[in-house]
Design a protein around this ligand. Structure first.
Ligand code: FA5
Length: 326
């Protein structure tokens, strides 16, 4: 008998929990606590028990009745409350969905492509996984050159590597298309440089190549000067400092004068020069007939100067608070 009382209690509680509205709770009350309900029915079985068991049975049934009545009272309150879930304040202002934006680097790349496009440069592409011919040999960087040191490059299996400069695309374009050529190429390059405010191990360069009859250093300076003025403003200036790259002769570092926090300063952005005759020969172009200039600029540095970003690492941390500013 005792186990039947336990069973009835379990069933009653489960049924009350399942009752989701006031009508269901009332139906439950009639089924369990009503004058013809299951509790009454079980109570009526007391008379069949031996006299000595009746007091205990009576006490248990009373306790069950009290607990079911209490459960009914709280179930009635729960079922008549608002629908499940947190209350909704319909007067509260909504949360506006924030639109996505281009990353500041993507935006800089698009702007650079647009400016050079206006100067007649078309866009060429090349692979990020390169071979040593395109990254070094064809660029007049012989096998024993220090730039090929494994400590300065990401070499892969065989003679494959992650390109360390976009100058590889100069070679690929000259291999595929005869001059005259006027292209830029934008893309990622990889170097195992230690990360600091101006260095990252993966960064972007914009490469330029112009190959035609009679191209000179004046044309190079004009293109860079026009780019600087179009991109950084009418007061921007370009300066070239003598330098050395195996694939250009003569070679120069490109500095652009730009305003940084109100101060005009010379900032180094990349390298440039006249394409070395050895490079032209490597791709089967006659250096007696064709001359060209090339340049390679660091895009992160351009973005940093343009948008006043003090540390290159901000560009790769994906901190929304930083990115949302642009
Ligand atoms: C070159 O990569 C040459 N290929 C440029 C060139 C092209 C010269 C065509 C002549 C003709 P350099 O190693 O100096 O040059 O890199 C060019 C620019 O890339 C640098 O001025 C700088 O703006 C950027 N740069 C270089 N290393 C890093 C780095 N670790 N992180 C971010 N930017 C970098």
């Amino acid at each position: 008998m005792s186990s039947e009382i336990d069973q009835l209690q379990l069933e009653a509680i489960a049924a009350l929990e399942a009752a989701s509205d006031p009508q269901a709770v009332e139906a439950w009350r009639i089924e369990y606590l009503g004058s013809k309900g299951r509790l009454k029915d079980m109570m009526s079985r007391m008379r069949d028990l031996p006299a000595e068991e009746r007091p205990v049975f009576g006490q248990r049934m009373n306790a069950l009745k009290q607990s079911l009545e209490a459960a009914f009272e709280s179930g009635k309150a729960g079922a008549s409350a608002a629908p499940a879930g947190p209350p909704i304040d319909v007067t509260e202002p909504g949360i506006a969905a924030r639109g996505g934006k281009r990353h500041v680097l993507t935006r800089t790349i698009d702007e650079i492509v647009e400016v050079f496009g206006r100067m007649g440069f078309s866009v060429a592409e090349g692979p990020e996984v390169e071979d040593e011919w395109h990254n070094f040999n064809a660029l007049n960087i012989p096998d024993d050159h220090p730039a090929r040191d494994p400590i300065d490059n990401f070499f892969l299996a065989g003679d494959r590597m992650l390109r360390s400069q976009t100058s590889t695309v100069q070679i690929r374009v000259m291999e595929q298309s005869p001059p005259p050529l006027k292209i830029i190429s934008v893309g990622r390059v990889y170097r195992p440089d230690t990360h600091d405010a101006t260095h990252y191990s993966m960064f972007h360069q914009v490469e330029g190549l112009c190959l035609d009859r009679g191209v000179t250093m004046i044309d190079l300076k004009t293109v860079l000067f026009q780019f600087a003025r179009a991109y950084f403003g009418p007061e921007a200036e370009v300066r070239m400092r003598p330098s050395f790259f195996p694939f250009t002769e003569p070679s120069a570092e490109v500095d652009m004068k730009m305003q940084i926090r109100g101060q005009w300063q010379w900032v180094e952005l990349g390298g440039c020069g006249m394409v070395d005759p050895n490079v032209l020969q490597a791709v089967g172009v006659d250096p007696e007939e064709w001359t060209g200039f090339a340049f390679g600029l660091g895009i992160e540095r351009i973005a940093m100067r343009r948008y006043g970003i003090s540390d290159i690492r901000h560009l790769y941390e994906n901190d929304e608070r930083f990115l949302r500013q642009f």
